[in-house]
Design a protein around this ligand. Sequence first.
Ligand code: PMV
Length: 360
Amino acid sequence: MIHKFIQPQRTLSPHHHHAGHIAWQCPSNIALIKYWGKRPGQLPENASISFTLSEARTETKVSYTPRNESSQWIDFRFDGTSSEAFAQRIESYFAGLTDYFPFITQLAFSIDSMNTFPHSSGIASSASAMSALAMCLCDIEQRIWPEAEMDLQKASFIARLGSGSASRSIYPSLAVWGKSDAVEGSSDEYAIPYTDVHPIYRTFHDDVLIVSALKKSVSSSAGHALMQSNPYADSRYQQARDNMKRLIEIMRTDDLHQWGQIIESEALSLHALMMCSDPSYILMKPETLTVIESLRNYRKAKQMPVFFTLDAGPNIHILYPHHIQDAVQEWMKDILTILPDACHCLRDRVGLGPSRIPLP
Ligand code: PMV
């Protein structure tokens, strides 16, 4: 628990009728240094840094009214369809937020959420979904207590309690979550915006090659839990800390080749950790390796600064600077011809962060 966000005085007085609606869209993000392994309280074992994306977003609308005995606390729809499973997850999430939003149990919420990226595209949506909810809650608080500034650090803190990686989706371009000696002001409790980078990174592309849209066999939370018994855990956390320091230095320059070496090593280390968990598991598909091999061959042959990273799943994020986009699209066309028909590419790029959706 972090003291500065605890606000016991923020309860609603019975004679005020607080009701309204609010909507936010929040992007997903892709980690360059990976968060994999956590301590109790959803605190990371190592610091991570990510690009905030642009096209892969969640849009969430929250209507709130005073809660009475007969009202349901939380009513949730995804893509217009009620989901009891999601509603339960949100209930337990909200129930854990009463120290930070004491008014939360005094309101009834009706929540509508949708993703801008295709259903079951294989893109993880917890980062965008939980950050959109956090922005809505902070905005509701600010409407009720207008003297409060919209505090992005609090929004990031609240998002983190929902999903660790969601803490980073609150800011434009790049964000750092987790205490690192290399980044002033960094914290395990919330993410901070990270701006000390060469301009080439602000317009970077991230095209996601979807090779499987099936639900993962092992969830991220199960994956984090398996790190506790992973024999390589301590050396992994040390490696991540060292990589973070090196990456922070490199990102002040446009030395993309050194950058890419760290990025790819992070992605493969993440999957190596899965392969040496007990029980072991593999989230990559044969197509994942086909794409990685083709990309590395292309990079070597054409001397192009194009690199990959992976999330906790089989899909490949292709990262490259804006000025080589035409060349990369040629490679993309070629690789798609040798992959199964269902494989496709979702083009994305570094984005501007969350924004409020105007409501009538
Ligand atoms: O936020 P979670 O618990 O879904 O974990 C995310 C883990 C990775 O996506 C693999 C890495 C990261 O830092 O986003």
